[in-house]
Design a protein around this ligand. Structure first.
Ligand code: NAI
Length: 456
């Protein structure tokens, strides 16, 4: 039996970063991965989607070049097989990079499905994987999530795609109906629309993008409607078949939506089965592992990070949770997890980013707040780079003018939102943001412009 200080189960961003940190900090660390190191994010999520989106956005920019005084002969065309091949090359390169990082840190990578078999008499955990036995004083579970499959009659026989199959495809689908207008759904809508694929989105809630700010979600939806996407909100999917789906509209009317493909993007559910957690008596909440702010489960020396905790299903949250857990294991510092400043980005075109509180949340909770709202066109650089483009920035503070949230629709929202996250973490006020010097001309100056607006 091989003995480790720390066993990490699951090699996604939460697991592999935590394993590298632990090994670099002197812990004898093993990382168990049953599939591919890099997890969903690197192999079939964040990274490949962004590779497709980059090609899609580039195509849009070329199409729009004439707005910027550039004329092109003939219409630009996409070779999707090459777009998909480039995406796969990027994934291979980055996975290799992760493996090298782990090896350099001294992590032992074990390609097998692991489960916790028992507690040993010395208090360590007994882990079984690939017919071998291992032991460790501490365990960090980073087993992630998988596509949730709602019980829609006919769905199993419909040949539907999840994000995995959509990313694996080497050819574009002829047409798609997307079940679920959430983050995954809208990012694929963005890719397919740019490549000329007709898309319909069916969302059961009255708005797309779940808990993202409703005003900006609506703006983004209108943007995609202009590009030809058809949205059915508040609509229930009652059946699916290889020819498409049948829905029931809010008016109770049944309607057939024909499409060559169905994309199922109706949420993800945690992967916590077959880990031996029930026998250990680990506290769970509807399949998710319950942890405290140090990622400690109800069982001493057993930690969990990332999607499997269902607290925030985002790669960057998982990375931070893993780091918090390792710091706790090392007894290094008091470093709890904070959930009030986690940025979320939807990589549509334009990008839509959010951090902290939204107006919708604050209104629902009856919490008093101040809002500064400004068109992105107040930034000169935004106007330069987004001919005819709209966009909106909302900055939320409490009644003492401390920053508590922000939402931005407009590029490059993904690169700017973390600054507001930092402001929330540091409890900065409007006055602090005002005194900051912003490089000119940048889109980030929109923050300074917003600060100078009167609060609503
Ligand atoms: P999601 O929770 O964002 O959206 C799912 C949507 O499907 C919801 O709006 C829900 O109301 C709707 N829905 C559920 N059942 C339905 C049904 N039967 N018919 C119609 N609509 C239905 O989940 P999604 O998009 O699957 O993403 C999963 C996770 O991955 C999320 O936690 C997301 O944050 C994460 N993710 C993050 C990305 C990013 O940060 N850029 C990119 C992609 C995914």
């Amino acid at each position: 039996m091989t003995t480790f200080d720390l066993i990490v189960i699951g090699g996604g961003p939460g697991g592999y970063n935590a394993a590298a940190l632990a090994a670099e900090s002197g812990l004898k660390t093993a990382l168990f991965e049953k599939n591919k190191v890099g997890g969903v994010c690197l192999n079939e999520g964040c990274i490949p989607t962004k590779a497709l989106l980059h090609s899609a956005n580039l195509l849009d920019e070329i199409r729009e070049a004439k707005k910027y005084g550039i004329t092109l002969e003939g219409a630009p065309a996409a070779d999707y097989a090459k777009v998909a091949a480039r995406k796969s090359k990027i994934v291979r390169k980055l996975v290799l990079g992760v493996v090298q990082k782990l090896k350099k840190a001294g992590v032992e990578i074990i390609e097998a499905q692991a489960s916790i078999a028992a507690k040993n008499s010395d208090g360590t955990f007994l882990v079984k994987a690939g017919g071998e036995e291992y032991s460790a004083r501490d365990i960090l579970l980073c087993t992630g999530s998988e596509t949730a499959v709602p019980p829609i009659p006919g769905l199993a026989e419909s040949g539907y795609w999840t994000s995995r199959e959509a990313l694996e495809a080497k050819e574009l689908p002829e047409s798609v109906v997307v079940i679920g207008g959430g983050v995954i759904g809208m990012e694929f809508v963005s890719v397919w629309t740019s490549f000329g694929v007709p898309v319909t989105v069916v969302e059961m809630l009255p708005k797309i993008l779940g808990r993202m700010d409703s005003e900006l979600s609506l703006e983004l939806m209108k943007e995609y409607e202009k590009r030809g996407v058809k949205f059915y909100l508040g609509t229930k999917v009652v059946a699916a078949s290889p020819a498409g789906i049948t829905v029931e509209t809010p008016e109770g009317e049944q309607k057939e939506i024909k499409a060559a493909r169905i994309l199922l993007s109706a949420g993800r559910r945690v992967v916590s089965r077959d880990l031996g957690l029930a026998a250990l008596g680990v506290e769970m909440n509807r399949g998710a592992i319950v942890t405290d702010e140090y990622q400690q489960t109800s069982v001493p020396h057993l930690y969990a990070a990332g999607d499997v905790t269902a607290r925030s299903m985002l790669a960057h949250s998982a990375i931070r949770m893993g780091e918090v857990a390792v710091h706790r294991i090392l007894g290094r510092e008091d470093d709890p997890m904070r959930y009030d400043a986690i940025p979320g980005v939807i990589y549509t075109h334009p990008e839509f980013a959010s951090v902290g509180a939204t107006e919708d949340d604050l209104k629902a909770a009856g919490t008093p707040y101040r809002l500064r709202k400004i068109q992105m066109a107040f930034s000169g650089r935004f106007v330069v780079e987004n001919e005819g483009g709209n966009g909106l920035f909302k900055l939320l503070t409490d009644t003492d003018d401390r920053v508590i949230g922000a939402q931005m629709l407009g590029n490059p929202a993904s690169e700017l939102i973390f600054y507001i996250g930092q402001a929330i973490t540091q409890r900065l006020t409007i006055e602090d943001l005002r005194k900051q010097v912003y490089p000119h001309p940048t889109v980030g100056e929109i923050i300074h412009e917003a600060v100078n607006e009167p609060a609503l």
